[in-house]
Design a binder for this molecule. Structure first.
Ligand SMILES: Cc1cc2nc3c(=O)[nH]c(=O)nc-3n(C[C@H](O)[C@H](O)[C@H](O)COP(=O)(O)OP(=O)(O)OC[C@H]3O[C@@H](n4cnc5c(N)ncnc54)[C@H](O)[C@@H]3O)c2cc1C
Length: 310
């Protein structure tokens, strides 16, 4: 069977692409390796998607999934894509379990994973006090005194959420006093939250404990002073890395391995499009992932229609 379109990844970008594919009556396969909805599942509440002033991550992706499933031409399957090859003018996708799928056009919507810093203790204590997902792990930290590394939107939003569970949260921030990267609304909320404090000009050096985290060590980047302090755990929000290893040597990637596209979501290979967080872009959010997915399908459809006239 040759599909018109194969979408790899069923997060916000992939599901949005699938909705547009359904409306265009494209025979579409959506391949997802783990859970439908992608990273939105990791957020407790979404307050910035138009039409939903406050909805849980899981509920919003359920809406996306139901919408994308409403089209008979969309078929969903589980699988981890590990390679793409071109056979004539058809793309062949290979999965981890050696399954092959064929499509006229491909949309890569594989998103990102949390960046691992490889700090001493980080891997050892992941799941034992080191976490990258507050929705997944917050209830392990009830009444605990914890740290958060990061100062972007994600770190600030998650600090606010975690403060419902923890006794105290200290944010380790690399910048000078008062400088945070996250949005102004989240900053204001945290500054009025008595459970939140900040350590400025701070670099994390190590995470230590026995069966679980007991201490962290950090250094003041200005003075060089090192501090070993008690901690029940640390959440690391230090950016995202793209799920693009299977694309190396196939499509053009930037120096951080994000997929390069033009504004039509076309990659360096004709017939392969990319959408959502896996792309090189300025804002990684649900709304921009949905936007990318829509554009990718519209241009994939044009590619497919023009291709069949050749
Ligand atoms: C904790 C957290 C909170 C957030 N909160 C918000 C928020 O409040 N508002 C907001 O707008 N944004 C938020 N974001 C950002 C938002 O989740 C992302 O921008 C959005 O999920 C990107 O969608 P995506 O489809 O590009 O990628 P993803 O959601 O990452 O989906 C990619 C999908 O591809 C699958 N996949 C990966 N590799 C393969 C493969 N090889 N084969 C098959 N499938 C594969 C993955 O399993 C995944 O399901 C948050 C992110 C995090 C981590």
């Amino acid at each position: 069977m040759i599909y018109d379109l194969i979408i790899i990844g069923a997060g916000s970008a992939g599901l949005s692409a699938a909705i547009y594919a359904g409306r265009s009556l494209l025979k579409t396969l959506i391949i997802e390796k783990s859970g439908y909805g992608g990273r939105v599942n990791d957020t407790a509440s979404v307050i910035n998607y138009p039409g939903f002033s406050n909805i849980s991550g899981r509920d919003i992706v359920k809406e996306f999934r139901n919408h994308a499933s409403a089209y008979d031409t969309n078929k969903f399957t589980y699988g981890t894509v590990e390679g793409i090859e071109k056979e004539g003018d058809i793309f062949c996708l290979k999965t981890k379990r050696d399954k092959k799928y064929y499509g006229k056009a491909i949309i890569i919507a594989t998103g990102t994973f949390s960046r691992i810093l490889n700090i001493p203790g980080e891997m050892e204590y992941t799941g034992h006090g080191v976490s990258y997902c507050s929705t997944c792990d917050a209830d392990n930290f009830i009444n605990k005194d914890i740290h958060i590394l990061g100062s972007g939107d994600l770190a600030l939003d998650e600090a606010d959420y975690l403060s419902n569970f923890c006794n105290s949260i200290n944010l380790l921030v690399i910048h000078d006093r008062g400088v945070l990267d996250g949005n102004a609304q989240a900053q204001a909320k945290l500054k009025n939250n008595p459970k939140i404090s900040f350590t400025w000009n701070c670099e994390l050096l190590g995470i230590y404990g026995d069966t679980k985290v007991k201490q962290i060590e950090y250094q003041n980047l200005k003075t060089g002073e090192k501090n070993l302090v008690a901690s029940d755990g640390i959440f690391i929000f230090a950016g995202m890395s793209p799920n693009s290893s299977f694309l190396e040597g196939l499509v053009e990637l930037d120096d951080q391995k994000f997929v390069k596209t033009n504004e039509f979501m076309q990659t360096s290979v004709k017939g392969i499009f990319a959408a959502g967080d896996v792309r090189k872009k300025v804002l990684r959010q649900i709304v921009t992932a949905a936007n990318d997915g829509a554009i990718a399908t519209v241009y994939a459809e044009r590619y497919i229609r023009n291709r069949s006239k050749l």
